[in-house]
Design a protein around this ligand. Structure first.
Ligand SMILES: [Ca+2]
Length: 509
């Protein structure tokens, strides 16, 4: 793409200002004719390691996944939520203001992101919570596998793939979990892992029909009593160990909150005054809502949901729980980033933080994911690459399939030859965040396919339903205008985008 050239020149200028000690590499840099090679070598200047064969030196990757985290963060303008550590990461990197997942459910979203391949409901690929990268696309080289194949030491802590058994060859060490979601026929995962998930003394007495506990609890326990604290501890210990290794690393750290249940140490609940939590202002049905666009029933597997989905008291309790979990994870992210800095790995490590899909927090009395409304599809995405884009906000449209080629470019790896990546690198947005980017990004959910453009979000269902929102006039998505005759040209254009002959070759801006 021609946009890479000026971006790389900017990138080189940024890097040359922070690397003056490695004169050997800088002399080599000056001798290179191509801007691409220059960018690689300058990245290399940041590392003191040499790869076998004297090849290009490479940065590490710290890859932080936060389950069910929507853009409910200070750095996305949500003042109610306390997320100072993630906000600080954002201030040091680039916030992607309009990033979209491919599928609004854990398993499929992660399988798509980690293979760089789009979901395809017609082919039954990456369709639901049980999707697996290795089963849906046998032989696909996953993102961590690709890094491993190029000399990176790859580690998976917590929830990265939905199932710990998915694509085990991706990792240099056996993927590490506190508990797994696949109970191998032993029953519901929540009930099966009850004692690791619910720690408050009273929760055991409030089991749902499925055997799970309350949808939220605030146990007066230290951070490492819950699963995610243990994941952070493991990740910090790994950083200390990896610091002593010669190989670059790809360290993946997957947190389970704010996925249900909203269980967090009490002190994170205490950060919020329940009486001051603002409820969604559009707690009413979408006008002309297609029947296919529905609320998620996921929360009904838990107990304590009296008043769901409409009663204000339920809204308040659920928001309080979600916010407490966001602040809990934020504190753990802060500990990891502090360790990265203490170990002096921060100047040689790309940090990526992402949530696997969006989540409704009471808008239209919806709770959870599982539809093609903006709140289910938009995701938080922050990339901090040393020397690039500090404090930038990129409002160009990007999507999760773009992350694989982006990290390849930032780490100077070729893209894998075994399959065609569907996305396009957005590395250039790190140096020039304000430039325009894709014309459209694409998501799927069940038989509905959605396309997001600068102003509109349009969904078409296989059986004929249509849904169109004008985000300029109606950012809250309160009225479906697919039957408004004034928008028929808009619909025709969006339908054309959705039905492009090659779904992996959709036009970009
Ligand atoms: Ca999820």
């Amino acid at each position: 793409m021609p946009v890479y050239m000026p971006a790389r020149l900017l990138y080189n200028a940024a890097m040359s200002s922070v690397n003056t000690e490695n004169s050997y590499s800088r002399r080599r840099f000056l001798g290179q004719a191509s801007a691409f090679a220059a960018g690689s070598l300058l990245w290399g200047c940041m590392s003191r390691r040499a790869l076998p064969g004297g090849q290009t030196l490479r940065p590490n990757v710290l890859f932080i996944a936060v389950d069910d985290l929507r853009t409910q963060l200070g750095c996305y303008g949500h003042e109610q939520t306390l997320s100072p550590n993630i906000d600080r990461l954002a201030a040091q990197g680039v916030v992607f203001g309009r990033a979209y997942c491919q599928v609004p459910v854990c398993g499929a979203s992660r399988a798509s992101l980690l293979t760089g391949i789009r979901p395809d409901f017609a082919a039954r690929r990456f369709t639901n919570a049980n999707s697996r990268a290795d089963a849906d696309v046998p032989g696909a080289v996953t993102l961590p596998r690709h890094f491993r194949d190029h000399g990176f030491h790859t580690i998976s802590n917590g929830k990265i793939f939905h199932f710990v058994q998915d694509s085990p060859q991706s990792w240099s060490e056996p993927p590490w979990r506190v508990y797994d979601y696949d109970t191998d026929g032993a029953g519901d995962w929540g009930a099966h892992n009850f004692d690791k998930i619910w720690l408050a003394p009273g929760s055991r007495n409030h089991r749902s029909a499925q055997g799970r506990g309350p949808f939220c609890e605030a146990a007066d326990v230290p951070d490492d009593a819950y699963e995610d604290g243990k994941v952070a501890d493991k990740t910090i210990n790994d950083l200390r160990r990896l610091k002593r290794q010669d190989a670059p690393f790809f360290l993946a750290c997957g947190f389970s909150r704010p996925h249900l249940p909203f269980n967090a140490p009490k002190r994170y609940y205490d950060l919020y005054d329940p009486g001051r939590i603002e409820l969604a202002t559009n707690r009413f049905a979408i006008a002309d809502k297609p029947r296919q666009c529905t609320n998620s029933s996921e929360i009904r597997a838990y107990s304590g949901i009296e008043g769901w989905p409409e009663e204000p008291a339920f809204h308040g309790r659920a928001l309080h729980g979600y916010y407490a979990c966001v602040s809990y994870i934020d504190a753990l992210v802060g500990r990891i980033l502090n360790e990265l800095k203490t170990l002096r790995l921060d100047q040689n490590t790309i940090v990526v933080l992402w949530g696997d899909h969006g989540w409704h927090l009471g808008e239209h009395n919806f709770w959870g994911k599982h539809n093609t409304l903006n709140n289910a599809l938009q995701v938080p995405l922050i990339v901090r690459a040393p020397g690039l884009g500090q404090g930038g906000v990129a409002n160009g449209l990007v999507e999760f399939v773009d992350l694989y080629p982006t990290l390849c470019e930032l780490a100077h790896l070729p893209v894998p030859p075994s399959h065609t990546l569907a996305g396009q690198s957005f590395a250039a947005l790190l140096t020039n965040p304000s430039q325009g980017w894709k014309e459209a990004v694409f998501s799927e959910w069940q038989s509905g396919r959605a396309v997001k453009t600068d102003r509109f979000l349009y969904t078409e269902w296989k059986d004929g339903g249509r849904m169109l929102f004008d985000h300029k006039a109606d950012p809250g998505e309160n009225r479906n205008i697919a039957d408004d005759l004034r928008y028929q040209q808009v619909i025709a254009r969006h339908s054309e985008l959705l039905n492009h002959s090659n779904p992996d070759d959709r036009p970009t801006g």
